[in-house]
Design a protein around this ligand. Structure first.
Ligand SMILES: [Cu+2]
Length: 114
């Protein structure tokens, strides 16, 4: 390959990598929220965009601790009574992700990424 041929092949690849990296840095997190009251998630179904980082705020409106847990989201966080917790989620593939209160497994909800 001549020098000209190499630059024709390599330069577009380098340019593509720079663009891709810039796009990833510019990707902003989306903040969503769910509350717990009387040991129920409100709302029990929350929605978030797929393929974007998510900041999930869990507000515990009950006076005793709960533990927000999800196997598919791979998170587990204790939120003490009358306070809130912040959970950072990786960008999610479209789908339904169940969560529950690990202290009261009957307290369940679902995050729908779409
Ligand atoms: Cu747990």
């Amino acid at each position: 390959m001549t020098a000209i041929n190499i630059s024709r092949v390599v330069l577009p690849i380098v340019a593509a990598l720079i663009c891709f990296g810039g796009g990833a840095r510019a990707q902003e997190a989306v903040t969503i929220q769910v509350s717990v009251r009387d040991h129920r998630f409100q709302p029990a179904e929350i929605h978030a965009p797929a393929n974007k980082p998510i900041i999930l705020i869990v507000k515990n409106l009950d006076p005793i601790p709960m533990e927000f847990e999800s196997i598919t989201l791979r998170v587990e966080k204790v939120v003490v009574g009358n306070s809130e917790g912040t959970i950072r989620l990786r960008p999610l593939a479209p789908g339904r992700y169940n969560f529950f209160d690990d202290f009261r497994p009957e307290t369940k909800g679902v995050l729908v990424a779409q």
